[in-house]
Design a protein around this ligand. Structure first.
Ligand code: HEM
Ligand code: HEM
Length: 181
């Protein structure tokens, strides 16, 4: 706690991880949601972008989670009601879980479809990745469904998260947003 951070402060590492996640997450979500509207000849480029960014996010999120488990966040301001603190913590925990589960489900989906990340859709465009299973269309359908569901779930969670932060910053004028800056 200091003058710039009246309600506590996240570690420098937590801040870097938090803000570094934003651009690739936005691009991965947007490319995932729009891919079905893309003409076949441009689709492969979309898959490369979506899958490569998604896998980079997996690595970033695993590192972020390790950081989180070894660096305690600042305590929430005592003025925030216990129920609201619990709600915010639940949203944070779910976001951490989805940042790991979502790309894993996507990767398994492509594997199960029998579309390994090779050649046209290699990781970052040139690194061929191994596959972990034979093509299994029925499993692929279920994994695709689960990947869609968790992808769509991310949207209201992120919206609730941002709305909560803005409500504190603009509505209450407290230091919640400043903790992450
Ligand atoms: C945090 C990372 C990721 C996010 C937020 C994300 C999000 C999404 C979303 C929102 C969709 C659209 C779902 C729908 O149409 O209902 C989607 C589709 C898809 N994603 Fe991801 N994804 C991520 C990572 C990955 C990864 C790492 C892979 C594969 C290596 C992948 C493979 C796919 C595939 C194959 C589809 C189906 C596209 C189609 O309909 O043709 N995703 N993703
Ligand atoms: C403009 C958008 C965003 C703003 C302004 C913002 C702001 C913040 C702030 C101020 C905190 C600290 C809350 C507290 O002190 O209790 C925080 C924490 C957090 N944010 Fe965001 N955030 C944004 C987007 C996102 C997105 C897209 C994600 C999705 C992964 C995310 C995930 C998290 C997580 C997991 C925490 C908890 C950190 C921890 O306690 O370890 N944020 N955010």
């Amino acid at each position: 706690m200091n003058e710039r951070h009246p309600d506590g402060d996240y570690s420098r590492g937590a801040k870097w991880f938090h803000w570094l996640t934003l651009p690739p997450l936005a691009l991965t979500l947007l490319s995932g949601l729009t891919i079905r509207f893309i003409a076949d000849d441009a689709k492969m480029a979309f898959y490369t972008v979506h899958e490569s960014l998604g896998l980079l996010l997996l690595v970033l999120s695993a590192a972020r989670l390790s950081w989180r488990l070894t660096h305690r966040p600042p305590q929430m301001a005592p003025a925030i009601p216990a129920l609201e603190q619990a709600g915010a913590n639940a949203v944070h925990a779910l976001l951490y879980v989805l940042l790991i589960v979502q790309p894993l489900l996507g990767f398994l989906t492509t594997n199960a479809y029998g579309f390994p990340q090779r050649d046209a859709t290699a990781f970052l465009g040139f690194i061929n990745l191994p596959t972990f299973m034979d093509a299994a269309p029925e499993l692929a359908g279920s994994l695709h469904w689960a990947h869609s569901l968790t992808g769509w779930l991310l949207i209201p969670l992120i919206a609730a998260h941002i709305a909560g932060v803005l409500r504190h910053h603009v509505g209450h004028g407290d230091g919640t947003l400043l903790r992450m800056l």
